[in-house]
Design a protein around this ligand. Structure first.
Ligand SMILES: Cc1cc2nc3c(=O)[nH]c(=O)nc-3n(C[C@H](O)[C@H](O)[C@H](O)COP(=O)(O)O)c2cc1C
Ligand code: SF4
Length: 490
């Protein structure tokens, strides 16, 4: 992962854990309305993909155990990982693109209800993503993947004015391209072809020459609405529409979206598809269902959205009747590192990825509550428009006084904590009970994120080697790590 060049190693914020009486008065533990429902606390566990579904997208006992463990800590809201809305193969990522997935998801919801004693609201994050391929070997790229054009012939002729050079057939051209030194490739290939070679082919929402990309605005509202209806049937309290990071809907919102069909360009056009998705989802679900979205307070890529864009979108999304706006940052393909041959690009390896999941090796500002100025700006814009939509802030939130300060300053209405909750799923409950000094504190060095990058079952380094031989422990497929945090022995 990219790291700020300063590489300042930050200490964890000092702790000031409250007594149970103080916690009872704390902002964190006050209820808050989320559209039609009330969260019992302003604490939130955002989506985290743990790579525990079956290869064909079904809930497994390990998926249920993962969410049950988080629910034992009784967060106000628990968001189930990014779940694919299409019924197409997508590896061990949960899917909700067909009714056959509903039964397993319903079991997951029941487990959360039981483990939290009905206290935790459970949402599911609905995602659509475009096709991405692994980085090809150079010879394969030239022999099989590249579409030969006149431009290639012309550039080769200019590079090799030898009249004996034969460039008659496409195979001639492929052979010559394959033999070129690296330094000549930028003269012969387009920027996009060079990227396909060095990073693997990746579709964009602007590839409107491809019929299935052109049709996204016609197709996606229905797909999201069907998925949301299934989420309701499975018993979820609501859905989080994934409009963030490197995926389809975030790409529609981004300033890099230059589509000229009314769904790209100016901000109102970029917001059009997200608003149509929201309208379709609200139409297909009952009024009991919470409908919110996660989107970016800053794309953190050249030419992408900045917080001014995000504040403008926040007002439009709130006006559309969303019940919450969860703010994330970065996590884009555009600045991701080139993967090794045979691997796919991972959108959390560049600067924008760092900003999404900042580590203790940072710049002056450090990783802690790093991104709440974004949620604060968006919240201020939404409030100035006369709307009361709750705003969720995330990024390095891991301590009581820090979380309270975020809420007190109005930088968010709920505090989301992913890695600290993975390090200690009981941490909210420990604070509430005045037992903060028993919290296992996240070290923010991103061992978990590295596992995610390799699509390995995600665990935390602070507990995954503990008591491996205990009778109730399930091990990861490598046989070396436990899959969920040990029980809190009170
Ligand atoms: C292993 C892992 C998986 C993640 N998966 C998702 C996901 O499915 N959807 C999402 O919106 N964010 C995902 N995130 C990002 C987190 O929700 C969160 O925004 C980020 O980790 C910053 O919050 P934190 O500092 O509290 O960890 C993931 C993070 C981690 C560490
Ligand atoms: S693996 Fe590291 S960064 Fe991830 S939750 Fe555990 S301590 Fe935190």
């Amino acid at each position: 992962m990219w790291q700020p060049p300063e590489r300042i190693k930050h200490e964890l914020p000092p702790t000031a854990w409250p007594t149970a009486e103080e916690a009872a008065q704390a902002l964190m533990f006050q209820p808050i309305e989320l559209g039609p429902r009330t969260a019992c606390a302003r604490t939130w566990i955002p989506a985290m993909v743990p790579w525990r579904a079956t290869e064909d997208g079904f809930v497994t006992p390990d998926v249920i155990a993962w969410y049950r463990r988080f629910a034992e800590g009784r967060p106000g809201v628990l968001v189930v990982e990014a779940t694919a809305i299409r019924d197409v193969p997508s590896g061990p990522l949960l899917r909700i693109g067909h009714d056959r997935f509903v039964e397993g998801l319903a079991q997951l919801v029941s487990a959360v209800r039981e483990a939290s004693n009905g206290q935790t609201l459970v949402l599911i994050q609905l995602i659509d993503f475009l096709s991405i391929r692994r980085r090809p070997a150079r010879d394969k790229y030239f022999s099989r993947f590249l579409t030969i054009t006149e431009r290639h012939r012309e550039a080769l002729r200019l590079l090799s004015p030898d009249p004996a050079t034969t460039l008659v057939t496409d195979d001639d051209v492929r052979a010559h391209l394959g033999a070129l030194p690296e330094s000549d490739l930028p003269y012969v290939l387009t920027a996009r072809e060079l990227e396909d070679l060095e990073r693997g082919y990746r579709e964009r929402v602007t590839d409107t020459h491809l019929p299935h990309i052109k049709e996204l605005p016609q197709v996606l509202p229905g797909l999201f609405a069907d998925a949301a209806a299934r989420a309701e049937a499975a018993g979820f309290d609501g859905v989080e529409l994934h409009f963030a990071h490197a995926y389809t809907m975030a790409s529609f919102l981004s300033a890099l979206n230059t589509r000229d069909d009314g769904y790209g360009g100016k901000r109102p056009h970029r917001a059009r598809l997200p608003l149509e998705v929201i309208a379709a989802v609200k139409k297909r679900t009952s009024r009991k269902v919470i409908v919110g979205c996660r989107y970016l307070g800053d794309d953190v890529i050249e030419g992408g959205n900045r917080v001014e864009d995000a504040a403008w979108f926040g007002v439009e999304l709130a006006k559309a009747g969303l019940d919450f706006l969860s703010i994330s940052k970065g996590g884009k393909f555009e600045d991701a590192k080139a993967p090794k041959v045979g691997w796919s690009a991972y959108p959390y390896t560049g600067r924008s990825g760092y900003e999404c999941m900042p580590t203790i090796y940072s710049d002056e500002r450090g990783p802690f509550a790093r991104n709440v100025s974004l949620s604060g700006t968006i919240r201020a814009a939404v409030r100035a428009a006369g709307l009361h939509t709750p705003i969720i802030g995330a990024g390095g939130i891991c301590e009581f006084a820090q979380a309270e300060a975020v809420l007190a300053r109005g930088e968010a209405d709920l505090v989301a904590s992913a890695r600290q909750s993975l390090a200690d799923p009981d941490w909210f409950q420990k604070i509430r009970l005045g037992r903060g000094d028993e919290i296992r504190r996240c070290e923010f060095t991103n061992y978990c994120e590295a596992l995610d990058q390799q699509h390995k079952q995600v665990t935390c380094k602070l507990w995954d080697r503990e008591a491996l031989d205990a009778p109730d422990v399930t091990l990861a497929s490598d046989g070396k790590r436990r899959l969920i945090a040990p029980k809190w022995r009170r």
